[in-house]
Ligand binder design. Structure first.
Ligand code: GLN
Length: 310
């Protein structure tokens, strides 16, 4: 392994140029807004512990956050329940797709917070009376992670709510098991709005850095969650964040990460560095193809693999 390069001068446009010719993968067709995504969108950003944020071209093009929101919903649920959320949800990898209609056997809990069942529950555990208040609290919490005022795309939220049949099924299953305290439709509505929050690569990288830095946003200096919460969340990202691709991801990239169907990948590296890649075409596990390749190269070039460095 060659000497790690300095993230303050690392050429992010060169990395983007390297992965842009990659043609594998398909954009998600789960909702019309995702099916319309530009397959040639590609952006890479890093957020450093000193608060510097750097990006390639297209670093300010926003997409809906989708499942990259899940670590942050877990963090907000832990915060708002004083850590009690950890008892309400499993933390073991499933080896199954993100929207598998399956709960933990024996307990009826969602298997982990990085799959849809888990995120439906963590979103419901965030404080707030009803859909609007809870959604508002989530939006404020996510904005604190990003260090900027994020917005919801209402059309995406509506599509997610109307077309998310598997999410409705999961919410009803959790109601039947007694694990979901709020109404099934309300749970889907809140989760759908959380998935519809718009992020660009720069804000997503800052969100990753806030978790990587123990819960303090490196740009604003604001403590968003306690260090113990950040550590719990990053640990579960590392084991479950890329669903049934998590083992391969950890071997090859070695950085805790969360993928999403909009083509976003958020990374939280040891030492407080956050990074993000946005590029819509997905592999069979629902992970951005260019996102995976760019993450591998970035981790190699910057020496980020948690078990590497020799
Ligand atoms: N909103 C999407 C869903 O619930 C998010 C899934 C994902 O990004 N993997 O199906």
């Amino acid at each position: 392994m060659s000497r790690p390069q300095d993230p303050r001068t690392y050429d992010l446009d060169a990395l983007r140029d390297r992965v842009l010719p990659e043609r594998d993968g398909q954009v998600s067709t789960s909702i019309p807004q995702l099916a319309d995504a530009d397959p040639d969108l590609c952006a890479v950003a890093v957020a450093l512990p000193d608060g510097t944020v750097r990006s390639s071209a297209q670093g300010d093009v926003a997409v809906s956050v989708q499942s990259a929101v899940k670590p942050f919903l877990f963090a907000l649920a832990l915060l708002d329940t004083d850590g009690e959320a950890i008892e309400r949800i499993g933390i073991e990898p499933t080896g199954e797709a993100f929207d598998a209609i399956k709960l933990e056997s024996g307990t009826g809990r969602p298997p982990n917070p990085m799959v849809n069942a888990g995120a439906l529950l963590t979103a419901a555990l965030v404080e707030g009376d009803g859909v609007d208040e809870r959604s508002e609290r989530i939006l404020r919490g996510l904005s604190a992670f990003a260090g900027t005022d994020l917005v919801v795309d209402d059309d995406v939220a509506t599509s997610e709510h109307l077309l998310g049949d598997r999410n409705h099924a999961l919410a009803h299953l959790m109601r039947a098991e007694g694990t979901l305290a709020v109404g099934a439709d309300d749970a889907v509505a809140v989760y759908a709005r959380a998935c519809a929050v718009m992020v660009d690569a720069r804000s997503l990288a800052v969100m990753g850095a806030t978790l990587a830095g123990g819960g303090v946003n490196p740009v604003t200096g604001v403590r968003v969650v306690p260090a113990t919460v950040a550590r719990d969340v990053v640990s579960v990202m590392a084991t479950c964040g890329v669903y049934d691709g998590s083992g391969r991801w950890m071997r090859r990239v070695g950085v805790a990460a969360k993928s999403s169907v909009s083509g976003g990948v958020v990374l939280s590296a040891r030492g407080g560095l956050g990074a993000a890649v946005l590029s819509p075409p997905l592999d069979a596990q629902g992970t951005s193809v260019r996102g995976r390749i760019a993450s591998e190269i970035l981790a190699d070039d910057l020496g980020l693999h948690v078990f590497g460095g020799w």
